[in-house]
Design a protein around this ligand. Structure first.
Ligand SMILES: *[C@@H]1O[C@H](CO)[C@@H](O)[C@H](O)[C@H]1NC(C)=O
Ligand SMILES: [Zn+2]
Length: 402
């Protein structure tokens, strides 16, 4: 049963005519598929798209090991090529054309402008021999800005990065920190499913960002990357902020000033770690996590999101080093608070149960493994849909234990 239908009308948004999505609910919330969108452009999988693959292949071979354009640059190269071969609307542009994407050029600061220029330079460097007559700088500036505001990153069921894509119609949806739909992917198709009761005429919202963090952090991120101040129900009520910033229970509670400076430290360490991933070895990275956890642990409770952030990073390093016991013990600390901080249906929570369940099974902890996989499954059946191959895979893993 298809629960939604889409009606679109023209309206002006930032002086651009775009179609607007209105949704109507035909039946009760069932968590069923609402709509499918094929991408205009999908990166990484070479599935059946020979002209695109050929473009990359030829350019790639010419550069050999010096081939290193960023994913955004590769995506933009593909978009330019695609727009040359098809002038018609693609299946993913039924409502919105890529050309009509928001670019927010007026809101770019000098740092963003520099990044934009670097992307353009890289596009010229890697593709000018292979794409004739690249658009001029002004057009490219706009295209890169559009892709940055409207692009999607594709991840697998454990949230490992798979690629980037643009789905113009899906990009129409506004953001909420308490989203009523989740976007998942089936090959190169984006699917949007309801994860909350949605009444007729209500707007559909997905989430553009990781929802773990407190309101201030989320708003900062949204303002920086998408140029708007979030006014969603969660940002207005801030109902989860207290738990997200939980302080350790001590006989003498810390001063507000101490807390503030620890939050400051946490944000710095998160940023420092992000950069360190590119040049430090796993041992050094794990040490960074442990040191910061020890320091933050003097003030923050184990359920505090900054603690969880570093535990998550530590778990990732352990998985990379195949230290399964280490990964498991971090996962065990993360998963409970995760299900409190994130919305009921969250891919972050599902993937954490999935990773943990698979770790348990690998370590011969059968009943714990099955239990964790079932938790993942309960979320994925709604978020990915019962017929998704990821769901089938998890079901098989559970059955294999019988
Ligand atoms: C997104 O929000 C804007 C501004 O509030 C609104 O005009 C637009 O209709 C919304 N888009 C959709 C698809 O609902
Ligand atoms: Zn919000």
């Amino acid at each position: 049963m298809l629960v939604f239908f889409l009606i679109h009308t023209n309206l002006k948004l930032n002086n651009k005519n775009i179609c607007c999505l209105f949704i109507s609910l035909l039946g009760p919330f069932t968590g069923l598929l609402i709509y499918d969108w094929s991408p205009l452009c999908f990166l990484s999988a070479q599935r059946g798209d020979w002209p695109m693959h050929k473009l990359e292949c030829v350019a790639m071979c010419a550069y050999g090991e010096n081939w290193c354009p960023s994913e955004t640059v590769r995506l933009v190269a593909r978009i330019i090529m695609k727009q040359r071969v098809t002038t018609d609307r693609t299946p993913s542009e039924r409502l919105l054309l890529l050309k009509e994407f928001e670019a927010h050029l007026d809101k770019m600061d000098s740092e963003k402008e520099e990044l934009n220029q670097a992307d353009i330079a890289a596009l010229h460097h890697f593709y000018s021999k292979h794409i004739s007559d690249l658009p001029d700088d002004q057009a490219l500036t706009e295209l890169f800005a559009q892709v940055n505001c409207n692009g999607f990153t594709i991840e697998d069921e454990e949230l490992s990065h798979l690629g980037s894509a643009v789905f113009p119609d899906v990009a129409l949806m506004n953001h909420s920190c308490s989203p009523n739909v989740i976007v998942t992917y089936k090959g190169t198709v984006a699917e949007v499913r309801a994860v909350q009761e949605i009444n007729p005429g209500e707007e559909i919202f997905d989430s553009y960002i990781d929802l773990l963090y407190p309101t201030e952090d989320r708003r900062e991120r949204l303002l920086d990357s998408y140029f708007f101040m979030c006014q969603c129900t969660e940002c207005t009520s801030r109902s989860k902020d207290k738990a997200k910033m939980e302080i350790r229970k001590l006989s003498s509670p810390p001063e507000p000033k101490e807390i503030q400076s620890m939050v400051h430290y946490a944000k710095n360490v998160i940023e420092e770690f992000r950069r360190a991933k590119h040049y430090k070895n796993p041992g050094e990275l794990l040490e960074m996590c442990e040191l910061s956890l020890e320091k933050m642990g003097a003030i923050f409770a184990d359920t505090n999101v900054y603690m969880l952030h570093m535990m998550y990073q530590a778990m990732g390093v352990c998985l990379y080093m195949q230290d399964w016991d280490g990964a498991m013990s971090y996962g065990e600390k993360i998963v409970q608070p995760y299900s409190v901080h994130y919305p009921t249906y969250s891919l972050n929570v599902a993937s954490m149960y999935l990773k943990l369940g698979r770790l348990y099974l690998g370590l011969e902890k059968k009943s714990q493994g099955v239990k964790a996989l079932k938790k993942a499954l309960a979320i994925m059946e709604v978020a990915h849909g019962k017929d998704h191959h990821y769901v089938a895979e998890v079901k098989r893993e559970i059955l294999d234990q019988k």
